[in-house]
Design a protein around this ligand. Structure first.
Ligand code: MLT
Length: 397
């Protein structure tokens, strides 16, 4: 008799954004109306023209026998990894090299899969509230009983500091999803120090890095000395370049980064991740990697900047409205999410806002127990929708 992976039963019935989508579908059926979506962080501005051109050119290349390409390298094409290493790291004086970069189909997949590098007995620390993927994938892998939560509350501005307990694997996400807060260099340095002292690894999800506006804030965990020994960084083209449907992200596993075997000897993580990718992945499609590479051209960079500014202006509109009504909120300055104090049951408030304002938000409770009483508002929508939704929300607040 085939036995199921019983750890799957430890998950909540629905993934957060599937539950929201189901409630929205019910609403649409009942009210025959499409609500404004400030829930899931999905982009609305089109793919940058530079990326579209590169997609067309790459499609044309693979349409001919002489320039056809089949399987690509599982780690990603060198032309893209070299651009990432140069523009995202070396130009910021960070010594990350192209062979330390792994191209993937999304930050979500990478954040989900990276735990496969570590023993099922590893103790795992995740913030609460948190992007649910870190928690769920560790539960599926059988670490439900070794999962520990680092409370983010209004008292610490939703930025948990390193605990006194020793954990093996720590997930951090800055700029943060869901709270939109950003940690400064000193706070990040404390985490790196913690990981070095405890022989731990930090998975640093920097999918929203492009949205950092304050020039003093770190864009990469590798800006902290020695972080390359203890941190894996994940980035994405989804939100800054409208790749949510096109899919392209990358993970950095520095060659100096290591875990330990059962004999407590250090083992480099890079070859392990490469081995894992070679077994489970045949690389992202060639046209999509060409499209991502085009984002590093001057035109592509400008197009990214325009998109980021557009969403951050949306965030400023939402923040201003909340300030006018003295509603306590966080984020929206260096991240496209605003986290607001709602009071009471956040799913009930979600339903009320959907039914009476026709606006989709994300209930804080969906991100963990510390999220109860809060709502997340996403700045990813068209300006007119954001303005209309903000007005409607405040009318029935
Ligand atoms: C979110 O809204 O939290 C994100 O869009 C989800 C994701 O990126 O997977």
């Amino acid at each position: 008799m085939i036995q199921i992976n019983s750890h799957l039963a430890g998950l909540q019935n629905n993934y957060l954004f599937s539950e929201i989508a189901a409630r929205v579908a019910r609403y649409k059926k009942e009210y025959q109306q499409k609500p404004i979506n400030l829930g899931i962080g999905d982009t609305v501005l089109p793919l940058p023209a530079s990326a579209v051109r590169a997609l067309h050119q790459a499609a044309e290349e693979i349409a001919h026998r002489h320039s056809f390409r089949g399987y690509g390298p599982e780690q990603g094409y060198s032309f893209l990894r070299a651009l990432i290493a140069e523009h995202d790291y070396q130009q910021r004086d960070i010594a990350i090299h192209e062979d330390e970069i792994f191209i993937s189909d999304g930050a979500k997949s990478d954040a989900a899969n990276i735990q496969e590098l570590f023993s099922s007995h590893s103790s795992v620390a995740i913030p609460n509230p948190v992007y649910p993927v870190y928690q769920d994938t560790n539960i599926i892998a059988g670490r439900g009983s070794t999962l520990h939560y680092l409370a983010g509350t209004a008292d610490n501005d939703f930025i948990p500091r390193p605990p006194s307990e020793q954990y093996n694997l720590i997930y951090l996400c800055y700029p943060n999803n869901p709270t939109g807060v950003m940690c400064n260099r000193g706070m990040l340095a404390q985490w790196v120090e913690y990981a070095l002292e405890n022989n731990a690894i930090i998975v640093y999800d920097a999918a929203y890095e492009s949205f950092i506006c304050d020039p003093e804030l770190p864009h990469s965990i590798y800006e902290i000395p020695n972080a390359d020994q203890v941190a894996i960084e994940i980035r994405s083209f989804s939100k800054n370049a409208s790749f949510t449907g096109t899919r392209c992200a990358f993970t950095v596993v520095p060659k100096k980064c290591h875990g330990y075997n059962a004999q407590q000897q250090p083992v480099a993580l890079h070859p392990l991740w490469l081995r894992r990718c070679a077994t489970k992945f045949n690389g992202l499609s060639y046209p999509v990697q060409r499209a991502a590479a085009a984002l590093y051209s001057p035109e592509g960079k400008q197009e990214i900047q325009e998109r980021v500014s557009y969403y951050m202006q949306n965030a400023a509109i939402i923040r201003q409205a909340l300030r006018n009504r003295s509603i306590r909120h966080w984020g929206g300055i260096d991240a496209p999410y605003i986290w607001l104090e709602a009071g009471g049951d956040s799913w009930k408030l979600f339903d009320r806002l959907l039914q009476h304002a026709a606006v989709v938000t994300t209930p804080g409770a969906g991100f963990g127990s510390c999220g109860e009483g809060y709502l997340r508002i996403s700045a990813f929508n068209l300006r007119e929708n954001v303005e209309r939704a903000t007005e409607r929300l405040l009318q029935i607040w």
